[in-house]
Design a protein around this ligand. Structure first.
Ligand SMILES: Cc1cc2nc3c(=O)[nH]c(=O)nc-3n(C[C@H](O)[C@H](O)[C@H](O)COP(=O)(O)O)c2cc1C
Ligand code: SF4
Ligand code: SF4
Length: 251
């Protein structure tokens, strides 16, 4: 019998890897966030692991936390994965949990290769390896602190702690619209991988064409997993190296 659960959302595997490793180290079950199946009841440990999107939690994670009233944890922790800066992500999360009557006991952040290739480039392989090694060290430290039930909220550094929360909410309100701009080009061989792997079932294969729906989380899993690199966002991602966390396989 496990002592609790970790709920995670992940686009390219960094957060899944973090949740999986913490689950193993802490003997907690690891479950993908499912908005149609909100957990209830009492658990000793409750963890939530997710990536930072525009200085805040992904929309699906915010929705999940808003519905969590009815879940009771003796010790509640979050771990966020990020590529550059977290801004007010932890503050926003703490407030959302509070609205659901959940007191956050611990928040930690782990830096990973940045998957936001709409604006940036994935780091070179050697740099990726260094970041991943450092991530492992940080996850080990977090697991030890969580095991001992430390009460600790990791703070964002100056000046990124000054980024206003409204920047996140404005940016996140555009994600679904941006998702409509994802397109598969003629390199697509209709393998169906993107359809199978989209975490919110936003992709359909109809008449040999890939069609994107209206519930995109902008997780970029489809962009990074397409073996033909056929999925792109406007002219922002063409020819850019793709990234998937090399230590886990997401399906
Ligand atoms: C839509 C989007 C927005 C992002 N915004 C941020 C950000 O504001 N700050 C940051 O440090 N990383 C940002 N990232 C990078 C991810 O947080 C980071 O690569 C994370 O580890 C990805 O986790 P995953 O592999 O579990 O999806 C963003 C990524 C995406 C897809
Ligand atoms: S993963 Fe790529 S090649 Fe496969 S169906 Fe999707 S767009 Fe086409
Ligand atoms: S359509 Fe692509 S970017 Fe949008 S949620 Fe699905 S996998 Fe993620």
């Amino acid at each position: 019998m496990k002592r609790g659960s970790i709920y995670y959302f992940s686009g390219t595997g960094n957060s899944y890897y973090t949740a999986k490793l913490l689950g193993e180290k802490l003997d907690l079950s690891v479950e993908s966030i499912d908005i149609k199946n909100i957990p209830r009841g009492r658990q000793e440990y409750i963890g939530i692991v997710f990536p930072v999107y525009a200085f805040g939690p992904p929309n699906i994670v915010k929705k999940f936390m808003e519905k969590l009233e009815g879940l009771n944890g003796e010790y509640v922790f979050i771990v966020v994965t990020y590529g550059g800066q977290c801004g007010p992500t932890i503050d926003i999360t703490e407030k959302l949990l509070k609205k659901s009557r959940i007191q956050l006991n611990y928040a930690g952040k782990v830096k990973f290769p940045d998957n936001y290739i709409l604006s940036f480039k994935v780091p070179e392989e050697s740099k990726q390896m260094r970041i991943l090694e450092e991530a492992d060290r940080k996850i080990t430290l977090i697991s030890k602190e969580v095991l001992k039930k430390y009460v600790k909220i990791e703070k964002e550094k100056f000046p990124f702690n000054l980024i206003p929360e409204k920047i996140h909410f404005w940016s996140a309100s555009r994600f679904r619209k941006m998702g409509k701009e994802l397109k598969a080009d003629s390199r697509c061989n209709q393998c169906g991988l993107c359809v199978k792997n989209c975490p919110v079932n936003n992709i359909r294969l109809i008449d040999k064409k890939i069609i994107f729906g209206v519930v995109c989380e902008l997780c970029l899993r489809c962009v990074h997993t397409c073996p033909k690199e056929a999925i792109n966002y406007k002219n922002k991602t063409q020819g850019k190296k793709r990234y998937l966390n090399p230590k886990v396989y997401m399906d």
